[in-house]
Design a protein around this ligand. Structure first.
Ligand SMILES: NC(=O)c1ccc[n+]([C@@H]2O[C@H](COP(=O)([O-])OP(=O)(O)OC[C@H]3O[C@@H](n4cnc5c(N)ncnc54)[C@H](O)[C@@H]3O)[C@@H](O)[C@H]2O)c1
Length: 422
């Protein structure tokens, strides 16, 4: 398989996302020209490290880096302030200098944690992402959002830290547990829904091949998702407008993760549940408005992709659980009449309840005015899910080896309107 490249071009950074097979052994050669540094510290987790960190470290040694590794416990519970402090101490002990490299080898947890540490250590050192989950390859490794969870909420402390390169080896994905695989599919479905009818129908046609982890189809799903995300991020690097669309389903998803306890439900499973909620909300709005029928098919896409869901009967550590149609039933504390899971506002932005709806860019698909009830100011998150933004679609030639995404010269940004984010 030839590797595919997607270029991310932002006002503050420019980098390549390389997607292909057997790329771990090439990490050293890819990153060597990207820094003058002599040291590289690999940050990984206890599950990924023994499988994949060795190959990455060998490739770094081959091109002359002095390397060491920091391993955190696998799972969301490692994405916290205390753990970040320990990683920062270890970077200092390793003698990392301003030009040296942090290499994240793992899923979204490792990427967010290592990226955050690379963003604040010495006020920023070069950083590379080697994502090993589907979710991280299609979403979290691209766009520069990094951070850790606080007791008050998910991703509440963080910085924007763009990587110098993203190297997505799809061969790693064969060892992903099934629940993690389906969590990643939730993010692919999110991208397809937000991007275009073309991506959506591609996903519907290839859903079975994706579930079977057909590598050519997986590589294309990663390319399409990354291309979409690169376009959105290029138009709104710091999430003041269109990028908020990437948070589809995340408000309810994050509420589920927080209420259940971090690590009980996987991020992807919680977001898939949030997207189901959003799809129903949209379908209701469509019925009320009697237009934009295409939106109603989004619920079908979520079904055909066999996305994970949360159990309504029992929690499950770090893994997605069967959705109701896959055998789940009601969960204590997460029942529809439970007040504890109702999102009550964005802790990052208490003023959001009173802010106006942002001005959306062209391509927005929104239920007609008057078709959606006025958002309840006590549940501001609801308006999040009524808006589905489809950024301008650029025609990508699938045969192209490289997609380039540049920032818009004068982005049509909206007033700040922060929400729970990717
Ligand atoms: N920064 C962003 O833009 C962004 C976007 C979406 C999600 N996120 C964050 O990403 C996190 C979720 O990421 P995730 O789903 O990758 O979770 P994760 O990093 O916890 O990985 C899931 C599990 O899979 C294991 N694993 C990883 N790669 C493997 C492989 N190749 N083979 C076998 N096991 C493997 C991990 O050890 C872990 O146990 C959340 O914290 C979420 O907030 C960030």
């Amino acid at each position: 398989m030839l590797s595919k490249k997607v270029a991310v071009r932002l006002s503050t950074a420019e980098y390549q996302v390389e997607i292909g097979r057997d790329l771990l052994g090439k990490v050293g050669r890819i990153v060597a020209p990207l820094t003058e540094g002599a040291r590289a510290v690999v940050v990984t987790d206890s599950q990924v490290g023994p499988m994949y960190a060795g190959a990455v470290m060998e490739s770094l040694i081959e091109v002359g880096f002095e390397t060491s590794a920091i391993t955190v416990l696998a799972g969301e519970t490692s994405k916290n302030w205390e753990q970040a402090g320990q990683v920062l101490d270890q970077l200092a002990e390793a003698g990392l200098e301003r030009i040296d490299l942090v290499v994240a080898v793992g899923g979204g947890v490792v990427g967010d944690l290592a990226g955050f540490c690379a963003g604040v250590f010495l006020r920023g050192v070069p950083f590379v992402q080697v994502p090993t989950t589907l979710l991280a390859q299609v979403d979290s490794s691209v766009g520069g959002k990094t951070g850790v969870d606080l007791a008050a909420g998910k991703n509440l402390a963080g910085v924007f830290k763009q990587p110098r390169a993203v190297i997505a080896d799809i061969a790693c994905l064969q060892t992903l547990p099934d629940a993690e695989w389906r969590s990643g599919l939730a993010e692919v479905a999110k991208s397809a829904i937000l991007d275009s009818e073309e991506f959506l129908s591609w996903l519907e046609r290839n859903a079975q091949a994706l579930l079977a982890r057909d590598e050519d189809v997986v590589a294309e799903a990663v390319r399409l998702s990354v291309s979409f995300k690169a376009r959105v991020v290029a138009s709104d690097e710091l999430e003041f407008g269109p990028r908020e669309a990437l948070n589809l389903g995340h408000t309810l998803g994050h509420a589920i993760e927080k209420v259940a306890g971090y690590g009980v439900y996987s991020h992807g499973a919680a977001v898939a549940e949030g997207m189901r909620f959003a799809a129903i909300a949209i379908a209701v709005a469509v019925v009320l408005g009697g237009t934009a029928l295409a939106l109603a098919s989004h619920a079908n896409t979520l079904r055909s992709a066999d996305l994970p869901g949360i159990s309504t009967t029992r929690p499950h550590s770090t893994a997605a659980l069967p959705s109701p149609e896959h055998g789940g039933g009601p969960t204590p504390g997460l029942s529809p009449d439970s007040t504890s899971v109702a999102p009550v506002g964005d802790p990052k932005n208490p003023a959001s309840a009173t802010r106006p709806t942002p001005q959306l860019p062209s391509g927005v698909v929104r239920p007609p005015s008057g078709s959606v009830p006025t958002p309840d100011p006590e549940r501001p998150d609801e308006e999040d899910d009524h808006e589905v933004i489809t950024p301008d679609i650029r025609e990508d030639d699938p045969s192209d080896d490289e997609d380039v995404h540049e920032p818009e010269s004068s982005p049509d940004t909206a007033p700040a309107f922060e929400k729970d984010s990717e």
